[in-house]
Structure formats: structure tokens, C-alpha cells
Design a protein around this ligand. Structure first.
Ligand code: MRU
Length: 309
């Protein structure tokens, strides 16, 4: 991704130290968080220093790679966040690599490079859907920050930047990942506007949205998609307004053990994420993801092509 005119990844390895852009502090300023062991990686995932399904997976792979006690690291990291399938896919990948006597650090590097390449291909496949003049709505941040480079939902948008395009960015309460998307688009020089989550339907109904592209945290075998809370609502309103609704995700987001969205565990996060703006004290629920039934999805843009549910 471009940051101040230079190529940068959201996470990288420096010897046995894992460096990452601290996503809690963006877009105000760029600060680098350094993890030196699996406990610091687990903290980074749990506290959302690093976030987004593919990036969480890469962080976990490195957490296992730099750990002295691999079993402890596997156990610790698998309890950090429940919904993103990448986390568990990466842990299994690293367990297999280590069992086969492969170098752990090299395996984690390979894992990261493979994720970046999948995202690049998602961009190539998805950009064909974007026509000149398109206004595209996205939810949450499924950009390079969430995937190390390119993004999933943002990869086709990045690669279509030679066309005249405009991006509507849902703010994405309560963690405001939309501001991360806006930060990425600003640095790429792509025209966009952040809108309150409640405003998406207004712009769809006014004919101001030509397509929706979102990422995914886990996809069931029937193509139901778990993604950031609010995705479901956008999909329903898009269908009502006959706007194509695309999910962009690598094939490893499919969970072969999950038949449908009801079986996906939805993370519930702390009430402070919701209450801290006005510091009110009352009953709060804070589910971090929701399920979009397959019937609302026009296509899933993957590294191998576009799948029609
Ligand atoms: O809670 P987060 O910020 O980790 O949630 C991220 C999302 O929901 C993304 O849209 C999803 O992981 C796809 S990222 C490429």
C-alpha cells in the first residue's frame, strides 16, 4: 500500500521481531508496535493493534514462529479472537509446517507472502467488475491494513484507480474501521467520502451506489458470510435497490466444517467500545460480526475467480 508516497506493508518481520502499524492509533498518526514473543502477538490481536482476518492469521503465524514453546503459543493464539477463520487456518498451517520439520520463521514468511499474492489476484479478478464512473460502497476496513497488502475488498478498488471511481466508506461503529479505509484511500489518491452507517441506504436509494464490495471473516459451505457487524443490513438494502453486492475473500476464508452461517461463532466485544463516546452506563450488547445469507450475495471474488453462490 502507498503511505506518504512510499510502498509499505501493515506488518513485517525484522529478524525475530514482528513490526506492525498500530491500527488503534490510525488515522491520527502512524506508530509501529513491536512484538517480541507470542504473548505480545496475542495482545496485539486481542486489542486490535492488528485486525482484519488475513492480517490476524499472519500475526498468529509469526507468533508461533517466534515462540519457544510452540504448543503454548498455539493454545494462546487460538483463544484471541473467535470469528475470523484465517486465524485457525494459519495456526493449522504452522502446526503442519513444524510437524514436517520446516523452518518456522521461513514458513510464516511463506504464509504471509501467499496471503499477499492471493489479495493481489483478488484485485485483478475484481477490478473487471468495476466500470468507469462507478460509485462503490464498502463497509469496515478490508484493505491492506487488514491483509498486509492490497486488501480484499479494497484490492479491486486499488487496481481500478486508473478509472474514474468514487468510494462510499461506511464509518463502521463502534470501532470506526471506516476511518482506516479512508486513510488508505487518501494515501492512494482515490476519491471517497466517509458516511455514517445509517446513511448507506439513503445513498443506495438515491442511485448513488453502483456496487457494494465487502470483505469476509468466515464463509460457510452454503456461502453465508460472516463479516463486520452491519454488513447484513447493507446487503439487504442493496438487494432491495438491485445493487450488486460482492464479497472479496481468499478461498481459505471458507470453513469446510461449517454448513451455514448459524454455526459461525460471533465475537461479542466489550461494552466500553459502545459506551466510551458519551461515557453512558447502561445495558449494552456489542456483537462484532453478523451473517449475510448467501441469497443477498451477487458473487464472491477470490484469487481463483468469481464464485456465484
Ligand atoms: O474486527 P475486525 O476489524 O478485525 O473486523 C474486520 C472485518 O470484518 C473485515 O471486513 C474482514 O476481516 C475482512 S478483512 C480483509
Amino acid at each position: 500500500m502507498l503511505v506518504n508516497g512510499k510502498q509499505m506493508k501493515s506488518l513485517w518481520r525484522d529478524g525475530t521481531e514482528i513490526k506492525m502499524i498500530d491500527q488503534r492509533i490510525l488515522p491520527q498518526r502512524i506508530e509501529i508496535f513491536t512484538a517480541r514473543d507470542e504473548n505480545e502477538i496475542a495482545y496485539a490481536i486481542k486489542e486490535m493493534v492488528v485486525r482484519g482476518a488475513p492480517a490476524i492469521g499472519v500475526a498468529a503465524a509469526y507468533g508461533i514462529a517466534i515462540a519457544e514453546d510452540k504448543d503454548y503459543a498455539v493454545n494462546l493464539l487460538s483463544k484471541t479472537r473467535p470469528t475470523a477463520h484465517d486465524l485457525f487456518y494459519a495456526i493449522t498451517y504452522m502446526k503442519d509446517a513444524i510437524e514436517h520439520g520446516k523452518d518456522a520463521l521461513e514458513s510464516a514468511d511463506e504464509y504471509m507472502n501467499a496471503i499477499i499474492e492471493k489479495c493481489r489476484k483478488i484485485g485483478e479478478n475484481g477490478k473487471k467488475l468495476i466500470k468507469n464512473g462507478y460509485k462503490i460502497l464498502t463497509h469496515c476496513n478490508a484493505g491492506a491494513l487488514a491483509t498486509i497488502d492490497y486488501g480484499t475488498a479494497l484490492a479491486p478498488i486499488r487496481m481500478a484507480k486508473d478509472k474514474e471511481i468514487f468510494v462510499w466508506v461506511d464509518e463502521t461503529r463502534p470501532r470506526l474501521q471506516g476511518l482506516l479505509t479512508s486513510w488508505e484511500l487518501y494515501h492512494e489518491g482515490i476519491s471517497h467520502a466517509v458516511i455514517a452507517d445509517n446513511a448507506a441506504g439513503y445513498f443506495m436509494e438515491k442511485g448513488e451506489v453502483d456496487m457494494v464490495i465487502v470483505g469476509a471473516d468466515r464463509i460457510a459451505l452454503n456461502y453465508d458470510v460472516a463479516n463486520k457487524i452491519g454488513t447484513y443490513e447493507k446487503a439487504v438494502v442493496a438487494k432491495e435497490n438491485e445493487i450488486p453486492f460482492y464479497v472479496a475473500a481468499p478461498l481459505n476464508t471458507f470453513d469446510k466444517d461449517i454448513e451455514n452461517g448459524n454455526q459461525i461463532k460471533i465475537e461479542e466485544r466489550s461494552m466500553e467500545e459502545v459506551t466510551k463516546i458519551y461515557n453512558f452506563k447502561t445495558g449494552v450488547r456489542n456483537p462484532a460480526f453478523d451473517i449475510t445469507p448467501a441469497k443477498y450475495i451477487t458473487g464472491i471474488i477470490t484469487e481463483e475467480g468469481i464464485i456465484k453462490p
